[in-house]
Design a protein around this ligand. Structure first.
Ligand SMILES: [Zn+2]
Length: 309
């Protein structure tokens, strides 16, 4: 029997561990408690569309928010976009997929090369085909203590379509954004666009490895897909209408953070003082603002000073 969650929640449980999105009012936040959820509700699988699911588990650290992966079930196997940050957490993703389908995982798309999306990849089946941007492959190849993509990984530098079990999926590089090798996955039949870390849902723009103004252009390209549902790599999976508002909200947050850093830079404020003076307005309430605000100021200064290659 379906168990109805309080009206504040986005999802209703339809099977053990699987949630179905409902068009209900949700609190726009990445924080599970403010959202009306319990920590024990995670990890969870969310049904997005026919045969399309997300898997949400908590990112490491005290401030709770989800790392969100997508998987697509086809008659010939499963397509996975991103995984979790440890072998145990990615084992959870593999087990969650097995609860939905007995079909094997065939493709894994590395949309973000960061450890919180790749460090658990040893738990994925050994015979999957990895798809990765050449920049991300180079980053992982030279990083210490990271998971390494196999030498036969398929490189996508721009755009490439694949078909599995009648489902076409297009892997696209929308420009440098959060990592420099950011890939998106477009499901044309479902009008679903998985954006990984190009879209952080109510999580403060995280710029440690970012290209701030190029990221804005990547968001323009993402919005030009006119997707029914946009899926973020961090933060909750939303219903279509909410996701379409939230990608715009994220785009505005990026613009506001970049504009605030530029204002301080133009006023000649040294970067260490700019970090103290920065006023992020409503975005100071977003998850990770305290840790990511200073990093964003430094990165925008770097770009404005021509130090970002
Ligand atoms: Zn991440």
């Amino acid at each position: 029997m379906a168990h109805l969650r309080p009206p504040i929640a986005a999802a209703v449980l339809v099977a053990a561990g699987t949630s179905l999105l409902l068009a209900q009012a949700v609190v726009r936040t990445a924080d599970p408690i403010k959202r009306g959820l319990k920590e024990s509700d995670f990890p969870r699988t969310v049904k997005v569309s026919d045969n399309v699911y997300t898997y949400e588990d908590f990112h490491a650290g005290d401030e709770k928010f989800t790392t969100t992966n997508m998987f697509v079930v086809t008659s010939d196997g499963v397509i996975v976009a991103d995984a979790q940050g440890s072998p145990a957490a990615t084992r959870g993703l593999v087990d969650a997929i097995a609860k939905v389908t007995p079909k094997p995982i065939k493709y894994v798309i590395i949309c973000s090369d960061h450890g919180d999306h790749t460090a658990g990849n040893a738990s994925l089946p050994a015979d999957v085909t990895y798809i990765i941007h050449p920049t991300s492959k180079a980053i992982l190849d030279r990083a210490q203590n990271s998971w390494k993509p196999p030498s036969n990984a398929v490189l996508v530098a721009d755009k490439k379509s694949f078909t599995l079990g009648g489902e076409t999926f297009e892997v696209a590089f929308l420009g440098r954004a959060h990592t420099g090798g950011d890939l998106a996955v477009w499901l044309p039949r479902r009008k679903v666009l998985f954006l990984s870390e190009i879209f952080l849902n109510r999580v403060f723009p995280a710029m440690r490895s970012a290209y701030p103004t190029e990221w804005l252009k990547a968001l323009d390209r993402a919005e030009s897909y006119k997707a029914d549902i946009y899926i973020a790599g961090h933060g909750f999976t939303e219903t279509g209408p909410v996701s379409r508002e939230e990608i715009v909200a994220y785009h505005k947050a990026m613009q506001a953070v970049i504009a605030e850093a530029k204002r301080l830079h133009d006023a000649g404020v040294p970067v260490d003082d700019a970090i103290k003076q920065a006023n992020f307005g409503e975005y100071a309430q977003w998850t990770l603002s305290k840790s990511q605000g200073p990093i964003a100021i430094r990165k925008v200064y770097e770009e404005l000073d021509g130090k970002l290659k």
